[in-house]
Design a protein around this ligand. Structure first.
Ligand code: AMP
Ligand code: MG
Length: 343
């Protein structure tokens, strides 16, 4: 089940789309990468909608595992693929696999497929099947190399062990938001907003000089928020089990898989929102921290730094890292939660 469209709508209602600082906001809605997207730009910058959409389409065509001709599909069919952009993205994925103790791992693909999240034919796989599939999961099955070391030592070539495959569902939208940011910066955009599903990019600040207000969804109530984040030139990404799930025999199974078990992560969290200056890092870490749970996510925050987060636990506690203390405003929350600052 997909709730992303509703979440974006809620977010945009919270943003209050109107004229700002004397300039009219233009917005553009479309569906890409299996989710609803909205771009917002001001004045002449709105001419960039087409190029922005084209760039997102290019990324989808390269990195989707359900498009037959994509680089990822070729790789998953056993081809060795030479493509510097894919190799770079996978290099950073592997870095974070190591930094998160394997919680984020793109080689989780065969397990995600077995649960039916790739095709939306959901089912609960049996324990033996999962154990068998987990043999093909792990970053050791993903091989990165330089195609022609005589010409360049840069890593640009990717191959997988037989039986292994990759799924970039946990990073591709964040990466797309990085590409949107690069395009807008290159074109001199000072103010804009891209909401690619739950992946938000705030370009600069609003034309009147104030920060963007990004609503953080209440994971227990799709029509409410737990608060808003005031952000400027930043990315914010939320992961939560409520985004995609199915129910069988009264039990909910969601789409974020713990690579240690092969089952949907049960780490005591309802959602994790990450804020940083990189869309792909936000996307990777929101998925990883959701798998890790509050304590281990906090340990990652303390050890690697460079990002901030808002964690909502299953029992309704909200943990906010200190870098967001001033920018988090809980006054729009519809329900009572206890908020704790992690210092
Ligand atoms: P997100 O919504 O960014 O948290 O990403 C969830 C998506 O990433 C899932 O729908 C899967 O396609 C994929 N995925 C699930 N579990 C993991 C994991 N542990 N590491 C990397 N990708 C995952
Ligand atoms: Mg993610």
């Amino acid at each position: 089940m997909k709730r992303t469209a509703a979440a974006i709508l809620a977010l945009l209602m919270a943003l209050g789309l109107c004229s700002c600082g004397g300039q009219r906001a233009e917005s553009c809605d479309f569906f890409a990468m299996d989710t609803s997207m909205r771009l917002m730009l001001y004045g002449d910058d709105a001419a960039l909608f087409e190029d922005t959409q084209a760039e997102i389409g290019r990324i989808e065509n390269a990195f989707s595992r359900t498009i037959d001709t994509s680089l990822v599909s070729r790789l998953n069919r056993g081809e060795t693929v030479t493509d510097a952009e894919l190799a770079d993205l996978l290099t950073s994925c592997i870095t974070y696999t190591d930094l998160t103790d394997g919680a984020f791992d793109v080689t989780i693909a065969p397990v995600v497929l077995a649960w039916g999240f790739t095709t939306e034919h959901h089912r609960v796989p049996d324990a033996e099947t999962l154990q068998e599939l987990l043999q093909s999961v792990g970053r050791a099955h993903l091989h990165l190399s330089a195609n022609d070391p005589k010409v360049s030592s840069s890593v640009d070539t990717v191959a997988l062990d037989k039986g292994s495959s990759i799924d970039l569902g946990g990073v591709a939208k964040g990466y797309a938001s990085d590409r949107v940011a690069a395009l807008w910066k290159e074109q001199g955009v000072k103010s804009g907003l891209a909401a690619l599903g739950g992946n938000i990019y705030c370009c600069g600040c609003k034309p009147d000089g104030s920060k963007w207000n990004i609503a953080v969804r209440d994971p227990f109530d799709g029509s409410a928020y737990i608060g808003t984040l005031a952000l400027e030139d930043a990315f914010a990404v939320t992961s939560g089990g409520y985004e995609r799930y199915f129910e069988e025999n009264g039990k909910i199974y969601h789409h974020i898989i713990d690579p240690a078990t092969g089952y949907p992560a049960e780490s005591g969290l309802a959602s994790v929102t990450i804020v940083s200056d990189s869309g792909s890092v936000c996307d990777i870490l929101s998925t990883a921290c959701y798998v890790l749970g509050a304590e281990r996510a906090e340990a990652v925050w303390r050890s690697i730094g460079g990002f901030e987060m808002v964690i909502v636990t299953d029992d309704g506690h909200i943990l906010i890292t200190e870098g967001l203390e001033k920018d988090f405003d809980a006054s729009s929350a519809a329900h009572d939660y206890d908020y704790e600052i992690l210092r």
